[in-house]
Design a protein around this ligand. Structure first.
Ligand code: ATP
Length: 346
């Protein structure tokens, strides 16, 4: 099972450039979370900070009981073994075929025999749908296949935390959905804690259990998906609908005068772009039939019940609806733990 990642008061600057400040969030054990935000808001910097590749100047990151900002390099080395990371381009070695790329962490960090290595590599290649492509070089395959190979490599050491940097970059919408499904299936199979960094709206709407958003050097919000997906905050609505109308500009921020001028243009009939009639919540993706149930679903229900009273009313309503739907869909199974007490009223 995955481990919780608890971030408190985290602040990161490069010289005098403040990237984000006072970021506090918890990635719940075994759940899938996504961190959204316009380009350049520091999502990748956050991800690199979690694994200790970058060092925020303030705050704490507690993983499995260890604050990685204060621990020794030996402790950090041990903590890093809990992680599997999928970088944007897959970060494959160009001169190695896919088999050797995926086998690399096993050969580097374990003393496993070649036959054990083969068993694990083939299992992960199958999980990401790459069986048969073992002999290909990274330069001979598509971007989507490179991502999946990078994912297979991130999985071979049985990570408890998986960090995924923009799984959709360079992929068409259909391939993005396939990789989203793979991430959900991996979560069902190994119950790892997953953080996806992305600015893909479809992925944000359908994949994570929890969503956060960075904007103007702050974490605008972080919590159950229903909170962000029902939010009325202008920056959130603009981001989810991908329009030009709102506080996000080409260079991230707009002043009030620019926003007013743009609104006047739209009022006069100019198309603001995006899909501005998408309202409400679309259902979350489920594990592929035949996969184990996502244990995160039941754990999350219990966790969310405890914080329900702290959430905005629209989010509470949406959460109750999703609980009822999941009870309905799993009603006739024995494996899925059902909650029998009546739902709290909102
Ligand atoms: N090692 C570094 N040294 C100095 N500045 C950096 C470094 N890494 C990132 N930055 C700066 O931090 C800011 C945030 O970058 P980051 O790549 O985290 O944004 P992002 O939200 O992931 O963007 P995108 O969605 O476009 O990938 C940028 O201004 C970038 O130039």
């Amino acid at each position: 099972m995955g481990v919780e990642v608890s971030v408190e008061g985290l602040t990161k600057s490069f010289g005098s450039q403040r990237i984000w400040q006072d970021v506090t969030l918890t990635l719940p054990t075994g759940e899938v979370s996504a961190l959204l935000g316009p380009s350049g808001t520091g999502k990748s910097v956050f991800l690199k900070s979690l694994i200790g590749l970058l060092r925020p100047e303030q705050g704490s990151i507690v993983i499995d009981g260890t604050n990685i900002l204060e621990c020794s390099s030996k402790e950090l080395y041990e903590i890093r073994k809990l992680f599997g990371v999928l970088f944007q381009d897959g970060a494959l070695f160009g001169s190695m075929n896919l088999y050797d790329n995926v086998a690399f962490p096993l050969r580097e960090h374990t003393k496993k025999s070649e036959s054990d290595v083969r068993k694990i590599v083939m299992e992960k290649m199958e999980l990401v749908g790459l069986l048969g492509a073992e002999d290909k070089l990274p330069g001979e395959i598509s971007g989507g296949m490179r991502k999946r190979a990078g994912l297979a490599r991130a999985l071979v050491l049985d990570p408890q935390i998986i960090l995924v940097d923009e799984p959709d970059s360079g992929l068409d919408p259909v391939r993005t959905t396939y990789i989203s499904q793979t991430l959900i299936d991996i979560n069902a199979e190994i119950d790892a804690t997953i953080l996806i960094v992305s600015h893909n709206i479809n992925l944000a709407r359908t994949v994570p259990d929890n969503i956060g958003m960075l904007f103007r050097r702050e974490l605008v919000m972080f919590g159950p998906r229903e909170v962000l997906l029902t939010s009325d905050q202008p920056v959130v609505k603009q981001f989810l609908n991908g329009t030009m109308i709102g506080p996000i500009g080409m260079s991230e921020e707009k002043d009030e005068a620019t926003m007013a001028a743009e609104q006047a243009m739209v009022d006069a009939g100019h198309h603001a772009g995006g899909v501005d009639d998408v309202e409400g919540i679309v259902p979350q993706m489920k594990a592929t039939p035949g996969m184990p149930f996502r244990q995160a679903v039941a754990r999350r229900q219990e966790r969310v019940r405890h914080i329900m009273h702290t959430l905005p009313e629209n989010a509470q309503i949406a959460i109750h609806e999703s609980f009822e739907e999941s009870l309905g869909s799993y009603d006739d199974t024995e494996e899925f733990p059902l909650y029998e007490e009546p739902l709290e009223s909102v």
